[in-house]
Design a protein around this ligand. Sequence first.
Ligand SMILES: [Zn+2]
Length: 301
Amino acid sequence: MGETELRKQIVETGLLLLEEGLVARTWGNVSARTDETHFLITPSGLSYTRTRPEDLALYDMKNETYEGSYKPSSEKGVHACAYANFPEVSFVIHTHQNYASAFSVSGIAELMMTDEEKEKLGGIAVASYGLPGTGTLKKAVNSCFAGGAHTVLMSCHGAVVAGRDKDEAMERVQLLEEICKRSYNGHDGSETAAVAYSRLDIPLKAQLDDMAQMIGKEIPVVKDNPEAALSKYPAVLVPGKGILVKGRDDDDTKALELLAEKAAITALHCRSLGIKTKLPWLDVAIMNYVYRKKYSKKKEG
Ligand SMILES: [Zn+2]
């Protein structure tokens, strides 16, 4: 397939992921192999709605350099691992999808799937934790690919899926979410996870990287005048009512809403399995700092 067509497919896939709620904001990334040593990838920090085919970075795996007017996504190393391990793989998608993210925290022992589905996923494994964009994360994901799994849950972060082409990769992403949703036992769906969690009347601790980045170590419980508390916190938990959020703009607020709901889905899931986890405070502090620095720079520039 020609480079022009692949560029179009990547942009389309990004928009589809956004539409289906499998990523929010600029999180997640999509790539396609153009030859043995190169792949095209979505740029770092550019929203999917603004990404044009010509904005994609062309990454050289051999020399670790790129061509294009935008820097490639910081998870390019994870994509490179997929291409290096599987000669037949030509399309890679990294998502922050809700239910797979919950299972990235709990592990996959409770997943209910048939052997046929497992085969459709191309094998599934969980990579041990590494901070986003680091060599530790790349190494952890690489060992899952090296073991033969084409669908990998990145611990406390999201999923990365490799396929022969766009359709196979996208089908795996969707099937993974379907399997995780069916295996989930946290709340019954008659209300949002945020409302269900708020009834517990306890703070919601960060278990996923994107919440750590955008919100910080926890969403505190605020009973009196929660609106006023939003001048101090990006999100507050109001018992019995849910989670109130306030971003700097509409876009920001929408992303916070999605993150809060996913955090609640994950927390309820882990509680139902008796699993207690939270991200180490130092990792949370680092991610929160890096995110804010990057974000404020972008807003200024
Ligand atoms: Zn990610």
